[in-house]
Design a protein around this ligand. Structure first.
Ligand code: FAD
Length: 571
């Protein structure tokens, strides 16, 4: 780490140095001399995991900090999320009896990352692995957050350095009331079920929610009574509370518009506040943490030229940070990387969005393309990777449109996971696979043959085509532990048969400003742009689409925020 200055969160902090009007903006200030001009040490764009982690770290190093967010509520995608954090070497590993090491984590990352990535990403991997443990401890000290470990395996735990469990944590439930008048300013979760991440994933909740709902009844009732939130929402509440308690200024409904440059360095930020342009002087730096560009149609068409539907993040994530960074000469990288999952349609803030779904992990379900063929191990970590494959003849996405296929057994065992009828085109039903194929415009011969092969695999428990259920990840996550011989494979042979679309649904893009291991943004010649930092999904993600663990977006978001805050404040 470049700068190691540490102040205890309990150290008395001077109040934010210039939260009132700053009249004395120095001569030559390129942001103009509007009377609204403000001055802070560090200005952060975005109130997600990356932004608030950055703000806290900078503030507790003594910097005055302003965070702006264009949303009317704080929290970004983070507040909507499952809240699982990949945090190798976290401080709960000892109590779990897990042995881990820096070398093992790095070996694992090198093994499972795409070919050639080590050439550019190695310094970032090291910085991430070195900083995660202190970042997590720091957040527990500086905020009301407490983390609880869960038993998620590494998705490639068979690889050298991989673990069958022990590298994941999530935030323990928190009362939203601790935020006082900010209680209504947190972005709602995508799906308000008040169970922890581990209460859902470690128990295979989705295979038998009735059983668990009964067992969890009292704690669910208590959490509702106390208005406690869980998962990503709890994470956001804790981060926000830490920021407010430590005197960080947060302005909502304040879109950042452009970076203010002076002699090649970033010295401030122009924002729009209550309809007026306000320029803010950032003495030590601006940290971009404005998330992905899922909702920017132009950028999506350029980098993901296939039909994209049921986007799962907040509509405020429109790639503004990437655009602002590029405008001051930053190099954008990894723009074709993203977290793409199977989702179910939900109505969120009045519009159609996606909610990560687990139906296609369960037995008696499979995913096929328009040829009626499977094309992916449905249980693999980032199933969306499969959508990038193109038809060499036409250049069209080979596997879109794609369909989930289920049979009668699925509908009896997992009625809660059946596609809902409410949305037109969301559920098809037929008494033969041939008729189902006709309804969804899929090759019938292909579908019948695929279902036959799939059913044979289910009987032997061995998926000869894609190895579904053959790894620790496949068997220990999702699936139905009561189903034998393979907890994720069940025959598809009993009518009626059902189909539901499988959309390319984005949880987050992962491309953006290229940074070094200090979270400093680099220009097109790989030179540092002084005063400009990026963290979270606005930066070029060093793990990419494939990911290395459940939580390999939130883990890096929090950690790169921490690193950016540390280095900006120490400038
Ligand atoms: C339903 C769901 C579940 C998920 N579950 C997990 C999980 O369990 N584990 C995991 O690792 N990942 C998960 N993810 C992904 C993860 O939530 C995101 O990758 C992560 O939260 C991104 O954090 P961030 O800080 O980079 O951005 P965000 O949390 O998206 O925050 C960005 C913020 O920047 C603001 N902003 C944008 N433009 C501007 C501007 N011009 N001016 C001011 N503010 C601006 C936005 O309004 C937003 O509030 C999930 C995603 C979804 C949708």
């Amino acid at each position: 780490m470049r700068k190691g200055l540490w102040f205890s969160p309990r150290t008395h902090l001077a109040s934010n140095s210039c939260t009132s009007l700053c009249t004395a903006i120095e001569a030559g200030w390129p942001g103009g001399t509007l009377k609204q001009d403000r001055k802070y040490d560090v200005v952060v764009v975005g109130t997600g995991a990356a932004g608030l982690s950055a703000a806290l770290k900078a503030r507790l190093l003594g910097a005055s900090v302003l965070v702006v967010d264009k949303g009317a509520v704080a929290g970004g995608t983070t507040a909507m999320s499952g809240g699982c954090i990949w945090a190798p070497r976290h401080h709960y590993q000892a109590q779990m009896g897990v042995t881990d090491s820096r070398e093992a984590v790095l070996e694992y990352i090198r093994e499972v990352s795409p070919d050639g990535w080590h050439n550019t990403e190695e310094p970032l991997w090291s910085a991430f692995v070195d900083s995660v443990p202190e970042m997590l401890l720091f957040l527990e000290e500086a905020t009301p957050l407490k983390f609880t470990p869960n038993r998620e395996p590494d998705p490639y735990s068979e690889a050298p350095g991989g673990l069958t469990f022990g590298r994941n944590v999530s935030a323990a439930p928190l009362r939203i009331g601790i935020l006082g008048r900010w209680r209504d300013k947190v972005r709602p979760a995508s799906f308000d079920i008040r169970l922890n991440y581990e209460e859902m994933v470690d128990t295979f909740f989705y295979a038998n929610p009735k059983k668990w709902a009964f067992r969890y009844g009292p704690r669910l009732a208590w959490r509702h009574l106390m208005n406690m939130r869980t998962k990503g929402n709890a994470l956001s509440i804790g981060l926000l509370k830490g920021c407010l308690d430590n005197g960080i200024d947060i302005w909502l409904e304040t879109p950042a518009q452009r970076l203010i440059q002076k002699e090649g360095a970033t010295v401030g930020l122009e924002v729009e506040r209550a309809g007026e342009a306000v320029s803010i002087h950032a003495a030590k730096g601006v940290i971009l943490a404005s998330g992905g560009f899922e909702w920017n149609l132009e950028m999506m068409a350029e980098h993901f030229p296939w039909p994209v539907e049921w986007t799962a993040s907040p509509p405020t994530n429109t790639g503004d940070g990437q655009r602002m960074a590029e405008a001051v000469g930053a190099r954008l990288d990894k723009m074709d990387q993203a977290l793409v999952m199977g989702t179910s349609p939900i109505t969120y803030e009045g519009q159609l969005q996606g909610l990560p779904a687990a139906d296609y992990f369960l037995p008696h379900s499979m995913i096929v393309n328009r040829y009626g063929k499977r094309f992916v191990n449905e249980k693999q970590m980032n199933v969306g990777l499969a959508f990038t494959e193109k038809d060499p003849a036409t250049g069209e996405p080979l596997h879109l449109p794609a369909w989930r296929i289920y049979d009668h057994q699925f509908s009896v065992k997992y009625p809660h996971a059946m596609p809902k009828n409410a949305l037109p085109g969301n559920r098809f039903e037929a008494d033969t696979l041939e008729k189902l194929a006709q309804q969804i415009d899929v090759d019938a011969t292909g579908l019948i043959e695929t279902a036959r092969n799939f059913s044979d695999f289910a009987r032997t428990g061995v998926d000869e085509d894609f190895g579904r259920g053959s790894t620790v990840w496949d068997r220990n996550r999702g699936g139905d532990p009561d189903h034998k011989p393979n907890p994720t494979l069940g025959t598809i042979e009993q009518p009626p048969f059902y189909a539901m679309p499988f959309k390319a649904s984005f949880l987050s893009t992962k491309g953006g400003a290229r940074t070094n291991e200090f979270a400093e943004v680099l220009d097109r010649d790989d030179r540092i742009i002084p005063g400009l930092y990026a963290a979270g999904n606005v930066m070029a993600n060093s793990f990419g689409s494939k990911g290395v663990g459940a939580g390999t977006t939130l883990g890096p978001c929090l950690t790169w925020g921490y690193i950016a805050g540390l280095n900006a404040a120490s400038r």
